[in-house]
Design a protein around this ligand. Sequence first.
Ligand code: DX5
Ligand code: ZN
Length: 228
Amino acid sequence: MGRLQNSVSMMCADFIDLKSSLDTFSRKGVDYLHIDIMDGHYVPNFTLGPDFCARLSAHSAIPLDIHLMIENVDLFVPTFSRARGSLISFHPDASRHPLRTIDLIRASGCRPGIAIDPAMSLETVKAMLFDVDFVLVMTVSPGYAGQKLIPRTLEKIAELKTWLKKQGIAIPIEVDGNVSWENLPRMILAGGDIFVTGTSSVFESGALLGDSLDRISRIFAEHERSGA
Ligand code: DX5
Ligand code: ZN
């Protein structure tokens, strides 16, 4: 869990220039492609879908990091688990029995994660964290790119990190929402391991994609942790 990782947010990518962006991601060693799935019900927005996931995994060797912001999660696990080994996170308030959903994702050959809304307390999800491969902490409310960090979520990451250590649960914390140049170092210090980079950093307008990815790598290198 020592290495810091970059999961680029595909909803923020330039769809007209996707092929060249994917080449740049590979060249620059991007760790995951973060794919936000919204259904217009769980969140009031629509973004990417299963065909997009299939096209990406056919054209890129970078693993998928699928973030389900949908209701009826169990119903759609088979649809989103086609690329084996993908990370798949879901919001536990959208599942009647989250432990069953976790098992379902694992049985489909993918790696389950719990996503925590900023308004959801850690207490609510602790009983689920013994069974997942990662935990995603949302630092903005789910649904849209380009929102402002909710600062209290930084303390939540730190508290979660301490609790996981105490329990001996060695899973990474993914941080999603307003991972900006300014916020990223604070999120790393709080205990984040995987960072979803979107409009606030990698896809900010006016900068070259390759340069922004290098800038992320430099910040990671400056903050690289030793051991756990
Ligand atoms: C929501 C998304 C957004 C977004 C991240 O789940 O993952 O948080 O794409 O990019 P920002 O917040 O930098 O626009
Ligand atoms: Zn997301």
